[in-house]
Design a protein around this ligand. Structure first.
Ligand SMILES: Cc1cc2nc3c(=O)[nH]c(=O)nc-3n(C[C@H](O)[C@H](O)[C@H](O)COP(=O)(O)OP(=O)(O)OC[C@H]3O[C@@H](n4cnc5c(N)ncnc54)[C@H](O)[C@@H]3O)c2cc1C
Length: 540
């Protein structure tokens, strides 16, 4: 597990996010490209060289802070001197998220945008006072959780206001309650995935939310983006785990969700799940938890092609046989061993399409779920590959993002995008998005997998690798636009779990309609009349 305070740019006054400012994750875990990956890059993309190195943290140029000394004094009067900083070293690591465009922007030698200051409130009262102060002084507020957004959710947009601050929730890091009888816990919004799981594990419980960004993303971020983890088949998406929320808005504090189910009108929790910091600051989340599983089983499968594998996953989900993890790589992803991080680019370990299943629960539950799932997968044309490839997937499941950094440094652009639709339209969607990406990026490798399944449909997750052009930001923007247009044309969702942020905002009207947008704007006008909360995100 990564340490919580890693070295970042020198001169920081505040605790830094536990991630490198210009790359993914813990620098100690960064990896050189293997000889196999280098060979794949050369053969598939003609990429053989190194891209020019980016600037060091002390060489990066930020636009100067627009806050006055008086503004900073007023902010400090709310949160204390020790919890405000306008130092570049504190602004730079909160200048954006961790999409490939974010990393390219961080590596630029041009002057960059960054929040004008960073504030670390320690209580809801302080957040209330901060929001009032920012409304009065026309300062935008970008809530900052783990900083892992991949959709521009953390862009330091001022939205026509005088300045913008990053409101870092790291001090909301307590396990506030654990109700063993009901199987619920109240978690501070700033707890990272590992910190939350460690606190729950001390009492024998687990949340079971493991997105690939698990090591750095936070409870508040999961709620604000409707995140989905790799164990979603077993434990559900994060929004399905949420039983209640506390939210501080400029108009007041909300404490939502008071019973396991309710018929008291529309469910207002849903307004804040996925609100991406535009409607309020989530300070605590009450979640469903379960005992740490006593048993676990693994089995990998091969399917002759993606269509057969897709039908098999559908059968498993519609029969409800109960795997905790079930995922299927397409032929291209299987061929490059993407699901087994240590083997990427080597000799293909599996032919056809690889599927991974994992089962958790009591020994009896695991045995029963495993057997039912095996029967369904065998009947659907699967061939068992035993445990090893499934264990290899689990072993490397949080490590693939490190590869993206090394690829960028080697001159290859690597980015992901995702969507979802019903089973009937899944195959057409995959072809349409793949075609859009390959047309926009000739010669690119486009890989795809299914990792979240529902009785009525599934998500598709695409990984794209292409040779870096001379203007990679424009290069990727064109490809992303083409893929998003293809998704919209297919009637699929613009995002299954990465959220909307700034990047998907142009497709929100298509997703929810003009009236839907007007409803969102009306809610925002009621809660945030000064428009200070995360301008330029989510709501067109
Ligand atoms: C390598 C990589 C892998 C990823 N894998 C997955 C995955 O498997 N599944 C998945 O769902 N996502 C994934 N993501 C996307 C990202 O990790 C999720 O969106 C995550 O939920 C963001 O959490 P965070 O704490 O980092 O939030 P941040 O990135 O800090 O913020 C995300 C958005 O939520 C807002 N926000 C954050 N905290 C709060 C709060 N307390 N109150 C109000 N608004 C808030 C921010 O303003 C921003 O708009 C991945 C990202 C990367 C870089």
């Amino acid at each position: 597990m990564e340490s919580e305070t890693q070295a970042g740019p020198a001169g920081a006054a505040l605790p830094l996010p536990p991630m490198k400012w210009d790359a993914w994750g813990d620098p100690a875990l960064a990896k050189e490209l293997s000889a196999d990956v280098k060979a794949l890059l050369a053969a598939a993309l003609g990429v053989t060289g190194d891209a020019a190195p980016g600037p060091g943290a002390d060489e990066v140029l930020l636009h100067p802070s627009r806050l006055t000394a008086e503004d900073l004094k007023a902010l400090a009067a709310v949160v204390g001197e020790a919890h405000v900083s306008a130092a570049d070293a504190d602004r730079l690591p909160r200048a954006g998220g961790k999409s490939t465009p974010d990393l390219l922007r961080r590596r630029s030698r041009e002057p960059q945008d960054a929040p004008d200051a960073v504030v670390l409130p320690g209580s809801e009262d302080e957040i209330t006072a901060l929001l009032a102060l920012c409304a009065e002084r026309r300062i935008a507020v970008v809530p900052f959780g783990g900083g892992t957004s991949v959709v521009g959710g953390l862009d330091p947009e001022r939205g026509g206001l005088a300045a913008v601050v990053s409101l870092d929730l790291r001090r909301f890091d307590a396990l506030l309650d654990l109700d063993e009888t009901s199987g619920e816990a109240v978690l501070g919004a700033g707890l990272t995935g590992p910190a939350a799981e460690a606190l729950l594990a001390e009492r024998g419980f687990e949340l079971g939310h493991y997105p690939q960004s698990f090591r750095f993303a936070t409870i508040g971020g999961f709620a604000a983006t409707r995140s989905s983890g790799q164990d979603s088949a077993g434990y559900g998406r994060f929004d399905e785990m949420v039983r209640g929320l506390r939210v501080v808005t400029p108009a007041g504090v909300l404490d939502l969700g008071r019973a396991p189910a309710s018929a008291a009108g529309p469910d207002l929790r849903e307004l804040f799940l996925g609100s991406e910091g535009t409607l309020g600051i989530i300070t605590a989340v009450r979640v469903r938890i379960h005992p740490v599983p006593a048993a676990k089983a693994y089995e990998a499968w091969s399917f002759p092609d993606f269509a057969t594998g897709t039908a098999a996953l559908r059968a498993v989900e519609q029969q409800g046989t109960g795997p905790t993890v079930i995922r299927l790589s397409d032929e291209a992803e299987t061929m490059v061993n993407l699901a087994m991080t240590e083997k990427i680019g080597g000799e293909p370990a599996v032919t056809g399409c690889l599927a991974v299943t994992v089962f958790e629960g009591t020994p009896e539950q695991v045995a029963a779920r495993h057997e039912l799932t095996r029967t369904a997968l065998l009947a659907a044309g699967g061939t068992s590959l035993g445990e090893a490839p499934a264990r290899a997937w689990e072993h490397g499941r949080f490590n693939a993002p490190y590869l993206r950094d090394s690829l960028l440094s080697a001159g290859a652009l690597c980015e992901t995008l995702e969507t979802a639709t019903d089973w009937r339209r899944l195959s057409d969607l995959r072809f349409a998005v793949t075609a859009a990406l390959t047309e926009a990026l000739p010669g690119a490798l486009v890989l795809c997998h299914i990792s979240h399944v529902y009785p009525t449909g599934a998500s598709l997750y695409f990984t794209v690798v292409a040779a870096l052009g001379s203007d990679p930001l424009t290069q990727w923007a064109g490809a992303k636009r083409a893929a998003c247009d293809a998704i919209a044309a297919q009637g699929a969702t613009i995002t299954h779990h990465h959220a909307v942020g700034a990047d998907h905002r142009p497709w929100m009207t298509d997703e929810v309609g003009e009236l839907g947008v007007r409803i969102l704007r009306a809610v925002k006008a009621e809660l945030d009349p000064a428009g200070i909360l995360n301008p330029g995100k989510l709501i067109p």
